[in-house]
Design a protein around this ligand. Structure first.
Ligand code: NAD
Length: 253
């Protein structure tokens, strides 16, 4: 247990990759704040965590609303005294050609995927700076590194998270706060199932799988392994780094 009694706040912890991250960090000994806009899903993850003997708290929050983000951080801090690990995981996308996309969709994609992590970082960092300690891990995407057809604005947000995190890593190193990024490739989650639910769904999954050198989808637990690595003391001297967990899909230098 390398992060025993640390407090981890995981956005989008109700399902998919976020749920796996919650379970994994709890296995490492952390107390987990499961933050999600879907209350029932967040409560379900909390029930699973408590069944394993972990301390857990569900906080219904819309990451696009700064007042809710601040209230969430306050609630977790009031409950457990501090937040040691912030995992920005909540995300959303609508796959379609950019030219057919509506401005309302751009706003939603930017609000959830880019502004959400910015808001959480702004709300959590001051207390980490006071303690001269903290780990921030943000879930971007291989789409943010190399682009992805049908995901133009989403890819822009995910690329933005990389630049944002590298800058925070530089600014916060003097406060001994580590900021790193994990980029999943296609991962077997409700988001992927929804995005590939139409007639062409099976063909899209097949094409995605073929593009991965390991020839399979990623499992949520494999992303959680990378997050646990960045949350642990093993990476105390690692900051501003971007780790793809995608079976070799991208190998950019
Ligand atoms: N699944 C993939 O193939 C894949 C690939 C690359 C990156 N990612 C990224 O991984 C992360 C997790 O994705 P996933 O596949 O588990 O998705 P998912 O849809 O299965 O889970 C996302 C979670 O985020 C929550 N969420 C969405 N909008 C929110 C909001 N406004 N406020 C609070 N919570 C909100 C959802 O309720 C859900 O519980 C996302 O950032 C996603 O962009 C996923």
């Amino acid at each position: 247990m390398r992060i025993k009694d640390k407090v981890a706040l995981v956005t989008g912890g109700g399902r998919g990759i976020g749920r796996a991250i919650c379970l994994r960090l709890a296995d490492e000994g952390a107390k987990i704040a499961v933050v999600d806009i879907l209350e029932a899903e967040a409560e379900q993850t909390v029930a699973e965590l408590k069944a394993k003997g972990s301390q857990a708290l569900a906080v219904k929050t819309d990451v696009t609303q700064l007042d809710q983000v601040r209230a969430c951080v306050q609630k977790v801090t009031d409950t457990w005294g501090q937040i040691d690990i912030l995992v920005n995981n909540a995300g959303w996308d609508k796959i379609e050609p950019f030219i057919e996309s509506a401005p309302e969709t751009w706003d939603k994609v930017i609000a959830i995927n880019l502004k959400g992590p910015i808001s959480f970082c702004h709300a959590v960092i001051p207390q980490m700076m006071k303690r001269n300690a903290g780990k921030i891990i943000t879930i971007s995407s291989d789409a943010g590194r190399v682009g992805s057809t049908g995901e133009a604005v989403y890819s822009g947000c995910k690329a933005g998270l990389i630049g944002f995190s590298k800058t925070l890593a530089r600014e916060l190193a003097r406060s001994k706060i580590n900021v790193n990024v994990v980029c999943p490739g296609p991962t077997d989650t409700p988001m992927l199932k929804q995005a590939t639910s139409g007639d062409k769904g099976a063909r899209i999954i097949e094409a995605m799988t073929r593009a991965v050198p390991f020839r399979r989808l990623c499992q949520p637990e494999e992303i959680a392994n990378a997050v646990a690595f960045f949350a642990s003391p093993d990476t105390d001297f690692v900051t501003g780094q971007v780790l793809s967990v995608s079976g070799g899909l991208t190998m950019t230098g």
